[in-house]
Design a protein around this ligand. Sequence first.
Ligand SMILES: [Zn+2]
Ligand SMILES: [Zn+2]
Ligand SMILES: [Zn+2]
Length: 324
Amino acid sequence: MKECDVCGTPNLKANNYCTHCGNRIAMDNICPFCGELNSDDSSYCSNCNKQIRPVSIDSFEKLFTDYNKLLLAKAEISDEDYSKLLSNIFRKLKFSKIVGHTLKEKILSIAGVFAECRPKARGEELGFEFGHVLYYDDRLDDSVQIATIIHELTHFLLFDIIESLLCDVFQVKQSSTLEGFVWYCLSNDLALMNEYCAHTVEGRFIPHGYQRYASFESLLEETTFDDEKIGVLMVLGNTFAGEIIGQLEDYIDHDLREAIKLQYKKDLKNPDYNSIGYESMDSVKTDVKNQIIFNYLFDSFDEASDVNNRENLEFLKEGIKNRV
Ligand SMILES: [Zn+2]
Ligand SMILES: [Zn+2]
Ligand SMILES: [Zn+2]
C-alpha cells in the first residue's frame, strides 16, 4: 500500500491514481520483464539485468538524449489530458484548510499549499521565487505583500505546469534535473511569458488601477526579440494566466477579494493606473497554446543541451535542490 500525498488515502501499490481524490500517485520503476521494483533512476533491472526505462531523470546526460528530443519534437497533449494535469496540480488546495487570522495569513496559507513562503527584509525586490520557495518582503504594506505573494505563487504554478507537461512527454517523475531545465526555459526564452503571466494573475486579485508590470517592463528593455515574438509570448502568458486565475478564484474567492480591496484602501492613497494598459484580453485556445509551448520547449531543449550551458544548468539544479 502507498499513501496518497494529497488526501492520505492508502492505495494499492499498482494504482497510478488515488481511488479517493484522483491524484496521480508517483509511478514505480517496475521491470516489465520480471516485475522487480527498481530505483527510480536505474536503466537496468537489478534482478534480470534487462534494459528498462528509468522513471526519473537524474542527470542532464539522461535528459538530453536523442530519444527525449524526439519525444519532445512529437509532443502533444489533448485538452482532456491537459485539464487533468491542471486539476492534479490544484487538487491539493481542495484538501487543504485555508487558515489565518489576517488576510495576509490566509493568502500565505493558500500559497503555502504549493511552495514554502519565506519573508525577507533586505534587497529592493518586492519578492522573488526560486524552485519551491517564494520570498516576499515583509517591510511592505500588507496589500503589496499580498500582491507579491500571489505574483510569486504564479511563477511557481507556471513552473509546476511546465514541469508536469515535460513529465507527461518523457513519462517520468518530477526531478531536480528536470526542474533545472524548466527554470532555464522560464528564465531565458520564456521569461517574458513567465513575467507577463505573473503580473496578470496578480492584477486579477487586486483592485483596478494598482496593477504593476514592472518586472515585465524591465525584461522588455533588455530583450532582443522583435514585436511579433513579444506579442506571442504575451498571448501565451495571458492564456496561462487565465487558466491559473480560473483555478485560484475558487480559493481567493469573492470575500477574500473584497477584503483585499479594503486592505488597499487602508494602505495606499490612490491607484496610479500606470500599468493597467498592459492588460489584454488576447488569448488562444488551450491546444494552440500547448502546441506553441512544446515548440518553445523543443528549441530550449536544443539550446540547453549544448555543453556550454551545462555549468549553468547544474547551478540551477543545485540551487533548486538545496532549497526544497
Ligand atoms: Zn488521494
Ligand atoms: Zn527484471
Ligand atoms: Zn515576477
